[in-house]
Every structure is written in structure tokens, then in C-alpha cells.
Unconditional design. Structure first.
Length: 382
């Protein structure tokens, strides 16, 4: 199993929030569990990036404004963002360039009268060392319609991954829980001042990105006819309670003490079990070697990520996610001993767990969060 950590202190932001509920140490502790792989998150002690640094385009209300969305390989850090933007600087008509490191996407706003062939954008980025391909082109009319729909949707949802929409209530619930754990450990003033602002910024980025990761997997699973059996869900939940020597009523009381709604917990529990069971049954079936399982899972997730269309309804959260993923340094390939399965930082940076159960990052529910979502975020503290 794997947990994601922030450098300022360990907080388990699991899909079901179980790691946060039942961690054996407080957020500032050094948690070392059986079947646990440590991976880092954003450097929250660094100053918050400017939301305008690589934000979504707002350049112009021009009638000929268009946007190209590209899939780009090999991006890992702020240096990559700078190189990509520099590669496009000499193309006439280029406006804002928005880079999403975690999901391997670059969105380019441009003047469709000055730049008529979007393949020139892909070629420029590819020539800079980042293989790129155009996945979507939106005209000015389509952009206007997308913004209109996004504005209406943002009241209830923060983003959409394919057909899977991420509820704002889920984002708020998990962020609120993470904040409470920090305040319980470090005091009510932990989020005051510049350092507190940076910490909160990092928490927001990781909560949102993890929900996006979840959406990528759920969107892929929904393309199949896979259904989780009620017996599997019940047996998994019973085992979960038995492992903690708790009755259902005792567990409900423990949830209430943390401020989590029991029905929300059950929803996230079912989601986590669905993903984990699907991956075991359909993705990793027949693979027993640890490294093969890691590679198989990373390949499956990467493919799902490339195929998923990610649309942020909340542009503020979009900026937070993208900026949060650009604050770490570039790590290079796995040749340096960081365990990269593929070449470059986009490879699956995973270490062996003590029990050898692999196939991606898991929370206490056993749900895999992603083996490859930017080596920089995952592995710079292995």
C-alpha cells in the first residue's frame, strides 16, 4: 500500500480518508507501515506559485480566439513548463499556454487567423524534446459555450473526467478533514501566515489532483460492464472493521468525532473497493512478479489518463492543481536509482513494499491512486 505525503508533515489523503482516520501516528510523524510506499507531494514550504504563472487562458475576447489541447510526454517540473512556453514563443498568434504536468496536457490559446495549422504547435513542442500530439481543437464559439456550461456546472462540480463529474461537496469534505487533522496536531494557527497559506495551497492541490486521479480510473472502469458484487463490498467492509476490532456503531462514533459523514464514507469506501477489485481482477490478473505488476498498472493508468478528457469547471482549482504540480524540481530518469519503470520522470516511480503487493499506490482501503502521475510528485523522497 502507498500513502501520499506533504513534506511539511505527513497527512494521508486517501480516497476513502481511512489513512487519515486510522493512521498510527499524527501528521508530523514518520509512518512506516507494512505494504506502504512513501511518496512526496508538493513542497508546501515554498512560496505559493502565482496563479497567473501557467493558468488557463484569458487572453482576449477575440472572435477568432481558439484553443488546442495537446497530449505531451516527458513533462515533470517548472523547467519543462518554461521550455515548452519558450518553444511556442516564436509562433505567430500564440496566446496563453496552460500546462498540466500531472495529466500530461498542454492547452494553447491562439489566434486562428494567424495560426491555421495546429500541428505546428505540436511540432514546436516535440522539437523541444517533449513528444506532443493534438487531441482537441475548440473554436471561439465552442470556447464560449464551454465557458458558459462550466460556469453553471461549477456550483455543483469542480471538474469532469470523461463522463465522470467530481462533486464540489467531495472536494470540500476531504479538504476540511485534512485541515482539521493539521489543526488538531499543530494548533489552530497552523494555517496562518505565509507558511500556513502555502500549506493550505498544497493541501488543496493534492486533494483536487487525487480526485482527478480517482476520476481517471472510474471513467475507464465505466467503459466496461464491470460491477462490484454486494457480497464483495460487504465482506471487505466486515474485514475492515474486524482488522480494527470495531463494531459498526463504534466505527460510526469514531467517524463522528472526526466530523466525517458516515454515508459519505460508505460512498468513498465503495469507490475504493471498486477500483481495487477491478484492477486486481482485470488489470493485474495473471501477473505475480512485483515489477511486472507495477509496469502493468502504470501502463493501464497512463492509457486511461491519455484517453480521458479532463475539463475543470472551477478555474481557481485548475490553477491550484497545475501550479501545485510545477513547484518541484525535475528528477530525470530512473537510472539514478529512484525506481522509474519507464524512461524519464513520467515513469512509474515505485519502490518495493515489504510484502510485495504492488500495482500502484494504495490507500488503507487498498485502492490504487496512481503509479505514474508525475515522478517528481511521487518519488523525490524515496
Amino acid at each position: 500500500m502507498l500513502n501520499r505525503y506533504l513534506q511539511i508533515g505527513v497527512v494521508a489523503l486517501s480516497l476513502g480518508l481511512l489513512a487519515a482516520l486510522f493512521a498510527t501516528t499524527e501528521p508530523g510523524g514518520d509512518i512506516t507501515r507494512q505494504n506502504t510506499l512513501k511518496a512526496s507531494g508538493s513542497d508546501t514550504e515554498a512560496a505559493k506559485p502565482s496563479p497567473q504563472g501557467n493558468s488557463a487562458g484569458t487572453s482576449g475576447q477575440l472572435a477568432n480566439q481558439a484553443r488546442a489541447v495537446l497530449s505531451v510526454q516527458g513533462m515533470t517540473c517548472a523547467g519543462c513548463i518554461a521550455q515548452i512556453k519558450s518553444s511556442l514563443a516564436e509562433l505567430e498568434g500564440i496566446g496563453d499556454v496552460s500546462v498540466d504536468l500531472a495529466n500530461g496536457r498542454v492547452a494553447v490559446t491562439y489566434d486562428s487567423q494567424k495560426l491555421k495549422d495546429t500541428e505546428r504547435i505540436a511540432a514546436a513542442i516535440t522539437d523541444a524534446g517533449y513528444p506532443a500530439s493534438v487531441k482537441q481543437v475548440l473554436t471561439a464559439k465552442e470556447l464560449e459555450e464551454e465557458n458558459r456550461r462550466g460556469s453553471a456546472k461549477s456550483k455543483r462540480y469542480i471538474a469532469r473526467v470523461g463522463d465522470w463529474e467530481i462533486l464540489r461537496a467531495d472536494y470540500d469534505a476531504e479538504l476540511n478533514h485534512a485541515r482539521k487533522r493539521y489543526e488538531k496536531t499543530y494548533g489552530k494557527d497552523v494555517f496562518t501566515g505565509d507558511r500556513g497559506d502555502a500549506l493550505l495551497y498544497g493541501l488543496k492541490s493534492q486533494v483536487a489532483q487525487r480526485l482527478i486521479d480517482e476520476g481517471v480510473q472510474l471513467n475507464e472502469i465505466r467503459k466496461t460492464d464491470y460491477k462490484l458484487s454486494p457480497d464483495t463490498l460487504k465482506n471487505t467492509f466486515d474485514a475492515f472493521l474486524n482488522q480494527r476490532s470495531m463494531t459498526p456503531d463504534e466505527f460510526k462514533r469514531s467517524l463522528a468525532e472526526t466530523g466525517l459523514d458516515f454515508n459519505y464514507f460508505l460512498k468513498k469506501f465503495e469507490t475504493s473497493v471498486t477500483i481495487n477489485t477491478y484492477v486486481e481482477d482485470k488489470v493485474l490478473s495473471g501477473f505475480s512478479n512485483e515489477q511486472e505488476r507495477q509496469q502493468q498498472y502504470a501502463g493501464w493508468f497512463n492509457n486511461a489518463q491519455l484517453l480521458a478528457q479532463i475539463v475543470y469547471y472551477d478555474k481557481t482549482i485548475e490553477n491550484i492543481v497545475k501550479n501545485g504540480n510545477s513547484t518541484s524540481g525535475c528528477r530525470g530518469s530512473g537510472a539514478g536509482g529512484n525506481g522509474a519503470v519507464e524512461s524519464g520522470c513520467r515513469g512509474a516511480c515505485i519502490r518495493k513494499s515489504s510484502a510485495g503487493k504492488t500495482g500502484g499506490e494504495s490507500d488503507d482501503l487498498g485502492n490504487r491512486n496512481t503509479a505514474d502521475n508525475g515522478c517528481t510528485r511521487r518519488c523525490n523522497r524515496q
